[in-house]
Design a protein around this ligand. Structure first.
Ligand SMILES: [Zn+2]
Length: 316
């Protein structure tokens, strides 16, 4: 009986700190346009099966995903962005550098002594925030990328750290009043089909424009994994920005669908780190339905939101 009561009290205590997760519906809600109390969805169930690693900066939650892959997650800010450190035998690749709110370099230094190459899934502010801290940065050479490498001044970037965008306390050396997206200098231009050898791990770059012109995915054939960036995550996909293109997104989704049977899991850049690869086919079918006008939508803050099983698509 005592055990039952202890469990009950524990259950109540847990309920006080966050709302209980309410299944699949939550998976498509966050990353929509409504930011009110978005953090009620945390912590996400998906992270619980991975070992959490202790790091100096608790702005980040860091998880061991596979023996060679570490996820560096920022659940304190609305984007819930995930950067990944991929460790080879000779060097390491950092797939994105987060919002720049916490010190990602310090975290990475704690995790490895290997030389680091940064590769951005694309150059939206929440993926390049720590780029300026690194010397070796790979990007794809689009006009969009070249504009974003100049950074974003405080006047624009301040929006992302105000009001409901942040719920967690920020690191002591972070200052909301001066937050900006710092400029960075790419040191190497990559292109579709390029191979990156980390020693024991070989990665292939897939150019998958649509969300942005410079959106890429990263294929690890041997381990049957695909880093899907912002091209796929289990939440509203953003195809509604000025820099987005639904037609191009459809072509990229079709290309990715051809990899569905060669990979088992996707490692997306937002919300959760490990989702089944059959979403690739579902995403291609979804974009095709939108293009063919065969799908109902709802208006969400000026964008059209098309809902599918486990994700949705925002279109202008
Ligand atoms: Zn993005």
């Amino acid at each position: 009986m005592k055990v039952v009561w202890t469990l009950f009290i524990l259950f109540l205590l847990m309920g006080c700190t966050h709302s209980p997760p309410s299944a699949a519906k939550d998976r498509v809600e966050n990353r929509g346009t409504n930011k009110e109390n978005w953090w009620d969805k945390l912590p996400r169930e998906a992270w619980k099966k991975f070992e959490r690693l202790d790091v100096a900066d608790d702005w980040f939650e860091v998880y061991q995903i596979t023996p060679n892959i570490v996820a560096i997650y920022e659940p304190g800010q609305f984007e819930e962005v995930i950067s990944y450190l991929i460790l080879g035998q000779e060097r390491a690749l950092l797939w994105d550098t987060g919002t720049g709110i916490g010190n990602i370099k310090q975290v990475v230094n704690q995790l490895t002594d290997l030389d680091i190459t940064v590769l951005n899934s694309h150059t939206h502010y929440d993926h390049v925030g720590g780029n300026h801290q690194f010397e070796n940065i790979y990007n794809i050479a689009t006009t969009f990328t070249k504009k974003n490498m100049k950074g974003k001044p405080h006047d624009i970037a301040k929006e992302f750290v105000e009001g409901d965008w942040i719920w967690k306390s920020t690191p002591a050396d972070f200052h909301k009043d001066t937050y900006e997206s710092k400029p960075f200098t790419p040191t190497h231009w990559i292109k579709h089909g390029d191979q990156i050898d980390l020693g024991g791990i070989e990665l292939t770059v897939l150019h998958t424009p649509g969300h942005t012109p410079d959106a890429i995915c990263l294929l690890d054939s041997a381990n049957r994994l695909l880093f899907s960036g912002d091209t796929f995550y289990p939440a509203p996909l953003y195809a509604h920005f000025g820099e987005s293109s639904v037609d191009t997104y459809l072509e990229s989704a079709k290309l990715l669908a051809t990899y569905q049977d060669s990979v088992d899991y996707l490692l997306p850049s937002h919300n959760e780190p490990w989702v089944p690869s059959d979403y690739l086919g579902k995403m291609a079918a979804a974009f095709q339905m939108i293009k063919d006008g065969n799908k109902e939508y709802v208006e969400t803050d000026g964008a059209k939101e098309y809902a599918f099983d486990g994700f949705s698509i925002l279109v202008n």
